[in-house]
Design a protein around this ligand. Structure first.
Ligand code: NAG
Ligand code: NAG
Ligand code: NAG
Length: 980
């Protein structure tokens, strides 16, 4: 039978009743109002609704305020009780509530939007509103003013919110007179200097307080903050995030604030362990002490907080295991322990949790710890789990098939571990809601994904992001990817695929990021697949594709002549290290959003499009090196946006540098080495490129003198002019290269980070130095400082000024006609790792100071006219190789056989002599060890689960801590928007 509609008659009846009710309300309403006014008048004997004195006070208040958006425009007329934000007692007419909170509650990047702000002065007349119970001035802009003391005289206040209004200075202890106060919010006042307090003793005057928020107030000098807070027996919610607190006592003689439900202390500097007294807060629901330098173990005591629903201890220095007792917290919904030093296995925790009759765990984040072992079978009992991240741990065991039972799972990040297992269909059996899956490993293919070629994953409609880099997925191309209808981002980097690319890729029309780099994929490049389908010729095949990484495969074929229309949204296009041939079509200039173009190490030939590069206004990273490209450099190839890198080295370009290159004013790296370029080194390079850090013109046919204007490149760190036909002397002003004259590491190195919605990439700048030594560096690695003028026709002496470049790592002046002596102060170049002055006409002695070059690994002084005894001592003794001094007839002493005349008594004691080549290898190997060659793509983890924060204020803490964290904020916001 089920539900029945009411019969029509009954329906009509109802309508009539409602109508009658409505009419009687309208009729009654004025009567009620009259009654109210009358009673108001009779009890107070003052003006109806609003008292004059209070009205005057409000008018004063309005006059003190600035109100550019007219939020107080209703503040006129007799009855101030009707003004917006004002509320009166209906018996006495007194103003009891003043709510001027900005309705536009929006914060971006830690600074308030200037929207609907009230500002200016808070008139002292405010204290005339003696009956005020509720005062809210939050989310306005009082521009660094102090919180007025007279607020302390509003003794009936129960609710006071002065948050996010840029108050500054010391919080007046007068607030301690507000003995009825239940709610106090002074958080997020980041006026400068920040709001602070001398002492919190005044809190003892607020026994009714249930809510206290002082987020970001500078409480650094209140060592006894906890004693004062502990005196608040009714306190339920305490927020002291980012308060510069540095004292968290581990014990309390008496725990008084047992009503506490929320304890929120993130972003402080406690340098202590998790306090014992937490176990005496039985009602606690939320505990957040993230990013506060908490140390030591997680104590078992936390396992007794049986009400706890949210526990966040991430970004601390916690070590030890996750205690089994945490598994007793059957009400826990979110557990965040990311970015600590937690070790041991997690099976105990899950085993214990599986004993809960009904566990609540929805989110478990353990990223960036030292956790080992396996994902246990008991994982399958956490059936409410939606977010699970153990990224970047040391888990080296297996993954239980019971994972396939987590039917609510939305985000799963097991990346950057060392699991050794074969993952099959059953691991994903019921994961129907999965939207993000990351099983990437750091390097080895120890995790194997082995599924039937006909598999249709249960999550095929929901998955948005898939990352399987460094997993063994191949050798065949995984055909189930075709079923992922809504996939947005795919990485199959280095996943052992040696297959031709399937022809269904164009069906994944929502694809935005595709990375299939570092495989053995053969065949044509991916965008030509659907060319045979008649109707697709004119349509974009990858309408959403924004990043395409195909580097290091065996793809062949040429770049299609209509590339611009096939992938109109492309931002990052990397086809490097394949076998792509043909020329670069001018259609590439239709990719108007392109930022990064990397086509290096292919077989591209022919001339570049000459005129159209100017349409690529966003381009800031171009690497076309190691191809067979020829012709003159296009004068339109000028990078206009910031942070630019231009690499055209190892091709067959010829002709002079186009004078239009002068307009590359934001260029940071220009590498044109190993081409056939000729003409002079233009002087405008010196004046036009104030940001230039790398200039590589080596192995070309440049002639003339080195222009002294180059010396104004104060940020230059790599100057490579080797193997040209340069003449004249080395400009003395080379000593002005400020960046090379600084010893400290350059943190602000070259590079490019690109942040997508789910991933970020950072690109490596690589510079080819003369003699085939290719050095790569990323943002994280140091940028070498190097001057190479070798293989030219330079004459004159070595300027003493070069010894000012004390940050230099490499100095190569070999194969010139340099005369005179080696500068006496060569030892000042204390960071020098390679020094080559061979094959010149240098005379005089080798300066003794050379022995103070303690990092020197490579030295060559051969084929000169140097005289006298070879200095000895320190690092020089380890370069015991006669060939580095050979063909200097008048040099003497070890390691040469040639004995010095006179006192030859001292034979050096040497460690076992090493061969020069070996030294060379060690030296180069040490660069490559940590760098990896070529292109490095640094993902942040597909999901950034860690950064999806529960509220804005966490983002704020990140914001105030610098660039890296600013990226983090940006990322967090992106994610938030995605979810919103
Ligand atoms: C309020 O009461 C006073 C006298 O008590 C009277 O003069 C005045 O008219 C009353 N006002 C109203 C609106 O009833
Ligand atoms: C007066 O206000 C009190 C509480 O603010 C409310 O409970 C009461 O219903 C109001 N009376 C009238 C007549 O509006
Ligand atoms: C907090 O206050 C202390 C002491 O007054 C001061 O030294 C410190 O610089 C302040 N910190 C911030 C971030 O304003």
């Amino acid at each position: 039978m089920g539900h029945k509609q009411p019969p029509p008659l009954f329906h009509d009846f109802l309508q009539h009743v409602l109508l009658l009710l409505f009419l009687s309300l309208i009729l009654l309403f004025p009567h009620l109002q009259m009654h109210h006014f009358a009673s108001c008048n009779t009890t107070s004997g003052e003006h109806v609704g609003c008292l004059d004195v209070e009205k005057e006070a409000l008018v004063d208040l309005k006059q003190g305020f600035t109100d550019p958006y007219g939020r107080l425009s209703s503040w006129q007329g007799q009855d101030c009780c009707k003004w917006k934000g004002v509320e009166c007692n209906n018996q006495t007419g007194h103003v009891i509530k003043l709510d001027l909170r900005n309705p536009e509650n929006s914060y971006r990047f830690g600074t308030p939007d200037n929207f609907y702000m009230i500002g200016g002065e808070i008139s002292p007349s405010l204290h005339q509103l003696k009956h005020l119970q509720y005062l809210d001035l939050s989310i306005n802009d009082f521009d660094g003013k102090n919180i007025p003391k007279f607020i302390g005289s509003l003794r009936h206040l129960r609710y006071l919110d002065l948050s996010s209004s840029r108050f500054s200075g010391t919080i007046p202890p007068h607030l301690g007179n507000l003995s009825s106060l239940s709610y106090l919010n002074l958080g997020y006042n980041y006026g400068s200097p920040r709001l602070m307090v001398d002492s919190l003793h005044w809190l003892s005057g607020l026994p009714s307080l249930t809510y206290l928020n002082m987020d970001t107030v500078n409480l650094t000098i209140t060592y006894d903050w906890l004693d004062h807070v502990n005196m608040l027996p009714n306190l339920q919610k305490l927020y002291l995030g980012g308060c510069e607190l540095n004292n968290l006592p581990s014990s309390l003689s008496f725990v008084n604030f047992t009503s506490l439900l929320v304890l929120d202390l993130p972003g402080n500097n406690f340098y202590t362990s998790i306090p014992q007294w937490l176990a005496d807060l039985p009602k606690l629901l939320t505990l957040d002490i993230e990013k506060s330098s908490i140390q030591g173990f997680i104590s078992d005591a936390l396992g007794t907080l049986s009400s706890l629903q949210y526990l966040d201890l991430s970004m601390n220095q916690i070590d030890g295991k996750i205690p089994r007792s945490l598994g007793n917290l059957c009400n826990l919904k979110e557990l965040r322990l990311s970015s600590n030093n937690i070790s041991g296995e997690i099976s105990d925790f899950f085993d214990e949790l599986s004993k809960c009759p009904n566990n609540s765990l929805e989110s478990l984040l353990l990223d960036e710890n030292q956790i080992t072992g396996s994902l246990p079978v008991s994982l399958g009992s956490a059936t409410k789990l939606r977010t699970f991240g153990v990224r970047k741990n040391r888990m080296n065991g297996t993954i239980a098939e019971s994972m396939g039972k987590l039917s609510q799972l939305d985000q799963l990040d097991l990346s950057s571990n060392f699991f050794k297992d074969v993952v099959t269909e059953s691991h994903f059996a019921n994961l129907t809601k999965l939207t993000f899956l990351d099983l990437s490993s750091p390097s080895e293919k120890s995790l194997v994904l082995h599924v039937n070629s006909k598999w249709i994953p249960s999550f095929n409609d929901n998955l948005r992001g898939l990352k399987l880099s460094n997993c063994q997925v191949g050798p065949s191309f995984p055909s189930w990817i075709r079923t992922l209808r809504n996939v947005y981002s795919i990485s199959l980097k280095n996943s052992g695929i040696s297959d031709t690319l399937p022809d269904w890729f164009g069906e994944l029309s929502g694809l935005s990021d595709l990375d299939i780099s570092f495989n053995q994929i053969t065949g044509r490049i991916p965008f030509e697949f659907r060319l045979n389908q008649s109707d697709s010729l004119s349509l974009p095949q990858f309408p959403s594709l924004s990043t395409l990484f195909v580097t290091r495969n065996k793809l062949s074929g040429s770049i299609p002549s209509n590339i611009g229309r096939l992938m109109p949204k492309l931002l990052v296009f990397d086809l490097s290290m394949n076998k792509i041939n043909g020329s670069i079509p001018s259609s590439i200039c239709e990719l108007t959003q392109l930022k990064v173009l990397v086509l290096s190490d292919n077989e591209l030939a022919g001339e570049l499009p000459q005129w159209c590069w100017k349409y690529l206004q966003q381009l800031n990273y171009v690497d076309l090196g190691y191809n067979l490209l020829t012709g003159k450099l296009p004068s339109s190839l000028i990078l206009l946006s910031s942070s630019q890198i231009l690499k055209l080295s190892n091709n067959k370009f010829y002709g002079e540098l186009p004078s239009s290159f002068e307009n590359h004013t934001k260029l940071q790296s220009m590498d044109l080495g190993e081409n056939g370029l000729s003409g002079i080194v233009p002087s405008w390079i010196g004046s036009g490129f104030p940001l230039l850090k790398v200039l590589g013109l080596h192995s070309n046919r440049f002639t003339g003198e080195i222009p002294s204007q180059l010396c104004s490149l104060s940020r230059l760190q790599v100057l490579d002019l080797g193997q040209n036909e340069l003449q004249g002397s080395i400009p003395r002003c080379f000593g002005n290269f400020n960046a090379m004259a600084m010893v400290q590491r350059d943190i602000d190195t070259i590079g490019l980070s690109w942040i997508g919605v789910y991933s970020s990439y950072s690109l490596v700048v690589s510079v080819t130095l003369s003699k085939g030594r290719e050095l790569n560096f990323t943002n994280n690695l140091r940028l070498l400082k190097s001057v190479d003028l070798s293989y030219n026709d330079l004459s004159g002496d070595i300027p003493q000024e070069l010894t000012k470049l004390v940050g230099l790592n490499i100095l190569n002046l070999s194969m010139n006609h340099l005369e005179g002596t080696i500068p006496e102060k060569i030892g000042n170049l204390e960071k020098l790792e390679a020094l080559d002055l061979s094959q010149n006409q240098l005379t005089g002695p080798i300066p003794q100071s050379i022995t103070s070059l303690s990092f020197l690994n490579h030295l060559n002084l051969s084929y000169n006219d140097l005289k006298g005894r070879i200095p000895s001592g320190n690092q020089l003794n380890s370069l015991y190789n006669p060939s580095i001094y050979e063909a200097n007839p008048e040099l003497c002493g070890p390691p040469l056989a040639n004995k010095c005349e006179g006192n030859e008594t001292t034979e050096r004691e040497l460690t076992s002599p090493r061969n020069k080549d070996e030294d060379d290898k060690v030296w180069i190997a040490s660069f490559f060890a940590s760098m990896g060659v070529g292109f490095v793509i640094g993902f942040w983890g597909l999901f950034g689960i860690l950064v999806v924060k529960k509220s804005w204020r966490h983002s704020y803490f990140q914001f105030i801590e610098g660039i890296i964290d600013r990226v983090y904020v940006f990322f967090a916001i992106k994610i938030t928007q995605m979810q919103g």
